[in-house]
Design a protein around this ligand. Structure first.
Ligand code: FAD
Length: 388
């Protein structure tokens, strides 16, 4: 028989954003009855989430610290015209760790997995099995809303975690190896040395289309690995993604598409970096903000998450303009030149770029000098930007 469950906060979607909100809420408000609901049987799906140390405020590190599985000092980039090691900290979180941490912190009844959600309002959640949750406030973190309301290009990739037969000797992450053949837009390979005999290798494309031909990408990863003379003993895990790269769009319509008047977090709130499609830094900020609240009514949660997402979207027009130049003003096979030039800039500027905190001086610095795209075409592309 269908039942009604009452609680303080219902977090819908136990992915990156929902998982971190539940953890942060329990840390700051231990007596709060928080429910975390997902249709899957595990928290976080099959993911590796990486971020730079400078992406997360010192005051918010407590949220990510228990989740970090790999940490490095320094990373490499490689382009046809130059190679460079950049001094910065880099971290990875594995979804199995997020799953374990949520199970450790939340009481068993609070983690409602294998429960498909049919609909959510500001104060109620309807489950596929007929049960209903009534909450003081609901936060919807079920992944993207209607992405067709945004003007997008794509960052798409296939990653494989490899067990190697011999030590690889790679000292640090290779965040962009763009010395590879340029195909389907801007292409690079991303490698994370997890352990001396374990390497994560990802083939990535900044592409005009979201299609992902997995068999072809597997072949390209094999070729890259063979060229590096890494002997593969086993493929331990595989993940793929197609992430939005935003050039413009109607933020308010996108927000409403995920449920009008319902609090939102993560991709559903449009909280991702326009250029990378990465959402971890914003998800940490959102979790910290919600954990700092004391009124968890649906209306208050909606207003707080909406205000944060709208301010964030408005502040990122510069990145959407750069994306427009990357995709609309340069030939696909020439796109790497823009990134090559960007990676000659200072490490602190690069760090602020990925954190979405570029200063006016950074922006001027990124745009000055001999542009790697034809000026007239860039001006036309920017003039044609949809509502950004
Ligand atoms: C393979 C991959 C790698 C990525 N790597 C990075 C990275 O390194 N760094 C970074 O910052 N970003 C990365 N991203 C981008 C982005 O940060 C992730 O997509 C992130 O997981 C988005 O978080 P989210 O909480 O919004 O959504 P998700 O983590 O996708 O969580 C949404 C959850 O909602 C659940 N759900 C959906 N519909 C329902 C329903 N009807 N009922 C119940 N549950 C439902 C899903 O099962 C899922 O668990 C990556 C994305 C992918 C796909």
């Amino acid at each position: 028989m269908a039942s009604t469950i009452s609680c303080d906060v219902a977090v819908v979607g136990a992915g990156l954003a929902g998982g971190m909100i539940a953890l942060a809420l329990k840390a700051r408000h231990p007596t709060l009855d928080v429910r975390l609901i997902d249709s899957a049987e595990t928290v976080g799906g099959n993911h590796l989430w990486s971020f730079f140390g400078s992406d997360v405020d010192t005051a918010d590190r407590w949220i990510v610290a228990p989740l970090v599985v790999h940490a490095w000092r320094g990373y490499d980039v490689d382009f046809p015209g130059h190679r460079r090691t950049i001094d910065a900290t880099y971290y990875s979180i594995e979804s199995v760790r997020l799953d374990a941490e949520v199970r450790r912190v939340l009481p068993p009844h609070a983690l409602m997995l294998g429960r498909k959600v049919l609909g959510a309002s500001a104060t109620a959640v309807v489950l596929g099995d007929g049960d209903r949750i009534e909450a003081t406030g609901v936060i919807d973190a079920r992944g993207p809303g209607d992405l067709s309301l945004l003007d997008l290009a794509w960052q798409k990739f296939l990653g494989r975690e490899l067990k190697l037969g011999a030590v690889h000797k790679a000292p640090r992450p290779m965040v962009m190896d763009a010395s590879v053949e340029q195909l389907d837009g801007y292409r690079f390979v991303y490698c994370l040395p997890f352990k001396p005999r374990r390497m994560f290798v990802e083939d990535t494309y900044y592409s005009d289309t979201p299609d992902l031909d997995l068999p072809v990408l597997r072949t390209r990863i094999d070729a890259y690995v063979a060229q590096r003379k890494w002997q593969v003993k086993a493929i331990e895990r595989e993940e793929s993604g197609v992430l939005p790269v935003a050039m413009g769009g109607d933020f308010e319509a996108y927000w409403r598409s995920g449920g009008a008047r319902v609090a939102k977090a993560g991709m559903r709130a449009g909280m991702f970096h326009p250029t990378t499609g990465y959402s971890l830094p914003d998800a940490v900020r959102t979790a910290a903000m919600i954990a700092g609240m004391s009124d968890f009514s649906g209306a208050r949660l909606h207003d707080a998450t909406h205000a944060m997402a709208r301010t964030t979207w408005k502040s990122r027009g510069f990145y959407r303009m750069l994306d427009t130049m990357l995709f609309r003003a340069s030939e696909p096979e020439e796109r790497y030149r823009i990134l090559e030039r960007f990676y000659r800039l200072s490490p602190s500027l690069i760090g602020r770029f990925y954190a979405g905190r570029s200063t006016m001086t950074d922006k001027a610095r990124i745009l000055t000098g001999k542009p790697p795209v034809p000026i007239a075409r860039a001006v036309r592309a920017i003039a044609g930007m949809s509502r950004a």
